[in-house]
Design a protein around this ligand. Structure first.
Ligand SMILES: Cc1cc2nc3c(=O)[nH]c(=O)nc-3n(C[C@H](O)[C@H](O)[C@H](O)COP(=O)(O)OP(=O)(O)OC[C@H]3O[C@@H](n4cnc5c(N)ncnc54)[C@H](O)[C@@H]3O)c2cc1C
Length: 537
């Protein structure tokens, strides 16, 4: 089997016309990746196409928490919370290097909507729904205990609070690792391949797809088509049926990133903003990210604009809630903005709309899955593939989903532990090894093999992702194989050149797309400056 690399793109695409797939998945975010994995691991012949890079839509712009959604209990979405709260454990068991426990502190103030009593009942119910084991349950904190955990928390009106457990992930890597699992089960997977036409003759679909790197058209044939287009699901539906009515409404969510030196925080905090919305502050090793906003959005889906109001809203949240915090736009190191595809309901605000997933079947039979959460992707995929078997493959033996008990290859193979790797690699610092392990799991060993051939660590990572993770353009590495670009102290524009150079050396070069990619990265790097310039500080 060739490796999961764009080095073999033309050859692999060239073979497509001779295949009739059981299932084609449109969309390489977490929803599509999960479906491709579930379906291929049940023995179906699967293809997945993604018009940009994998995870370039919402799935690299989340709060990066694997959580049941404590706040959705307020909207009585009990079943949804139960499913996602249980998924946390499954994902942690199957992909431990990417889904890791994260303590979260909730401070409670006299003026808050959420009282100690309400929260205590809510957390107990949440943990009951999620079958959380005794040792992992929440703990009540008195005022002093809370201050000792978060010394810079605003103390005015502070009563106490709670500490409880969720899980933290790296969203885009979760997508990549899930796609790699699907590929290991023989799914054919392509990024930068856009579906532009969907036709159905008798019981077979024909999809016209445009290669956005080489500008060629390819025809895919399949028995079943699944639309997992995230914020674009309505667009994909209208490719199949021109007059299809829109099902979605989009809400924008922005996160901003600060250096820890400017906003010192070592424990994640979940607190009420002045408008009673709940905001997360999540520390990484060097930065803290804060989010999110939740406002209806109707602008460009390709480039989601972040406004000064979005940034000010999040800065004010921190300044109001932390002592001696005088953050300004100039402290914002970077940001990301994603779109929540929510199911429309008249008269509801974005925060009130359900995060539950919905499945629609078109007149011709295309399956669309919309809404949902990153956390629920495995279960959503299981439901979709069950439906495919029941509706389209009635004559075949029904194969049950296997993903609940499938350890990801990167979490299982070789079974080296991080401490063994650290012991064997004396010349590389522990923090670098930890960072690599958190991204690549046991595939760190392959990155280190490249390093042993005389490359620097960063070059080894880039080469590894070109050879094994379908990297085609520099931003694929900077924003999705890693998320280095969001932490400008880690990566800057110079790294773009290095990626470009190594791509060319590895024989993966798309000159026109590469020029566009540089423009996009520069626009991104410039954007905080534009915000700073327009601010009066
Ligand atoms: C601000 C924010 C914070 C969030 N935080 C969390 C969180 O902490 N935890 C959690 O569980 N969930 C969270 N979510 C929700 C979660 O991120 C989304 O539910 C999830 O990422 C949606 O994934 P998706 O695959 O459906 O969509 P996407 O990731 O957007 O993927 C859809 C893909 O389809 C592709 N596509 C579209 N049209 C075509 C076409 N014609 N041909 C080929 N490809 C096409 C797009 O390019 C895109 O990559 C958050 C969401 C937002 C916006």
């Amino acid at each position: 089997m060739n490796s999961f690399s764009n080095k073999f793109r033309s050859k692999n695409l060239g073979k497509i016309s001779s295949v009739i797939f059981d299932v084609i998945v449109i969309g390489g975010g977490i929803t599509g990746a999960g479906i491709a994995h579930d379906a291929s691991s049940r023995g179906l012949k699967v293809a997945l196409i993604e018009k940009n890079d994998f995870a370039s839509g919402t799935s690299s712009k989340s709060t990066k928490l694997i959580h049941g959604g404590l706040r959705y209990l307020q909207n009585f979405q009990f079943n949804q919370v139960r499913i996602t709260a249980r998924e946390r454990k499954i994902l942690h068991r199957n992909i431990p290097h990417l889904v890791k426990p994260q303590d979260i502190v909730i401070p409670v103030y006299r003026h808050n909507n959420l009282s100690m009593l309400k929260l205590s009942v809510g957390l107990s119910f949440y943990e009951f729904l999620g079958s959380v084991s005794k040792g992992d349950r929440h703990r009540k904190l008195n005022r002093d205990e809370l201050i000792s955990l978060i010394p810079n928390i605003n103390t005015s009106g502070l009563i106490g609070g709670f500490i409880y457990k969720e899980y933290k992930t790296n969203d885009s890597r979760l997508v990549i690792e899930t796609l790699k699992e699907a590929y290991r089960s023989s799914a054919q997977i392509f990024n930068y391949l856009e579906c532009t036409e969907i036709k159905k003759d008798e019981d077979q679909y024909q999809l016209t797809c445009v290669d956005r790197l080489n500008h060629q058209n390819y025809i895919f044939a399949a028995k079943v088509v699944v639309n997992a287009g995230g914020p674009w699901v309505d667009d994909v539906r209208s490719i199949e049926e021109k007059d299809s009515k829109s099902k979605l409404i989009l809400s924008k969510g922005v996160h901003v990133v600060f250096k820890k030196a400017d906003f010192p925080l070592d424990t994640a905090v979940y607190f009420e903003h002045t408008d009673s919305r709940l905001i997360f502050c999540v520390p990484t090793s060097s930065h803290v990210y804060v989010g999110t906003t939740d406002t209806f959005y109707s602008g460009s889906k390709e480039e989601v604009k972040t406004s000064k109001d979005d940034i000010d809203y999040l800065i004010n949240a921190v300044n109001n809630s932390f002592l001696n915090s005088d953050l300004k736009v100039s402290h914002v190191r970077s940001f990301w903005a994603g779109l929540r595809p929510l199911i429309k309901k008249d008269g509801k605000s974005p925060g009130e709309l359900s995060r539950k997933d919905e499945i629609y079947i078109s007149n011709k039979g295309m399956i669309t899955i919309a809404g949902g959460k990153l956390t629920g992707f495995r279960k959503m995929a299981e439901n979709v593939v069950d439906l495919i078997f029941k509706k389209h493959f009635k004559t075949r033996v029904f194969v049950k989903s296997k993903t609940e008990d499938l350890t990801y290859f990167s979490s299982g193979y070789g079974k080296s532990t991080l401490s063994q790797i650290i012991q064997n690699q004396k010349e590389i610092s522990d923090s670098v090894l930890i960072d690599l392990f958190e991204k690549y799991g046991n595939n760190i060993l392959e990155v280190l093999e490249i390093y042993k051939k005389g490359h620097s660590i960063i070059d080894s990572e880039i080469i590894y992702t070109i050879q094994n993770e379908m990297m085609a353009l520099p931003s694929d590495f900077l924003m999705r194989r890693t998320q280095n670009l969001y932490y400008p102290e880690v990566a800057n524009g110079l790294l773009w050149n290095k990626c470009s150079e190594l791509l060319e050396k590895e024989g993966v070069h798309f000159s026109e797309a590469s020029k566009q990619d540089l423009k996009q990265v520069n626009r991104y790097l410039d954007f905080p400056n534009n915000i700073r310039k327009s601010n009066s500080d």
